[in-house]
Design a protein around this ligand. Sequence first.
Ligand code: MTE
Ligand code: MO
Length: 248
Amino acid sequence: MILARRTLLLGAAASLTGCDRLARNERFREALFSAENFHRWAQRSLMARDALAHEFRPDQISPIFRANGTANPNTPEYKALWRNGFADWRLRVDGRVSRELSLSLSQLHALPHREQITRHDCVEGWSAIGKWRGVPLRTILDGAGLRSDARYLVFHCADTMGNGSAYYESIDLIDAVHPQTILAFALNDRPLTVANGAPLRLRVERQLGYKQAKYLTRIEAVSTLAGIGRGKGGYWEDHAGYDWYAGI
Ligand SMILES: Nc1nc2c(c(=O)[nH]1)N[C@H]1C(S)=C(S)[C@@H](COP(=O)(O)O)O[C@H]1N2
Ligand SMILES: [Mo]
């Protein structure tokens, strides 16, 4: 669907033959980038900004929610936290905020929850329906108080990818305050497993799978994505040219 729209926008230039060679061309990448912006603008103008992603019935939940990407961060720090049932884990909230926060899992459990049964779509060609429970991100941001120059939220993760770069993702403030954007600690009525991102992951339901950052350690409010990773707003955006705005 995204590809079809993109092809439409870019016309013949986007014909997928020779795509790799084209992608190395800076001017083509600029065109891609503006099409991405257009796609984002179009999606947001045609639908209400707070439109909800479809929610499914309990009987539609997939029997298995497969794991993808990192299935265990496997660092000494993560293993120590896991061994202790994540009692010592903390979520740091910092950057362009008025009050830095350091939240334990039990503090998160004590906050109002939201539950949603949604479909996760991975660009690698699989989907799964799962029931997520977690704290609306908005609640946390209200507690931290975003400063007026905050424009993005960066989600730092505990895992490092094969090339030594940490996994991270980012979203803008529109998605940050969307009612279905939650920090999830449970999947299908069970605490998140390590494979699915324990102890806490992001769910941003109107975007693709790679935006759903697992193994959260820190949420940083920033005014620009420059200087974070390679500056494109996420691990896959930096390393494989994935779209920063992965709307579905
Ligand atoms: N920290 C971290 N988050 C991540 C990934 C990862 O490798 N590390 N993979 C992403 C991708 S591509 C997908 S499809 C989903 C997979 O979530 P799951 O393992 O619960 O299926 O997590 C996303 N979030
Ligand atoms: Mo994915």
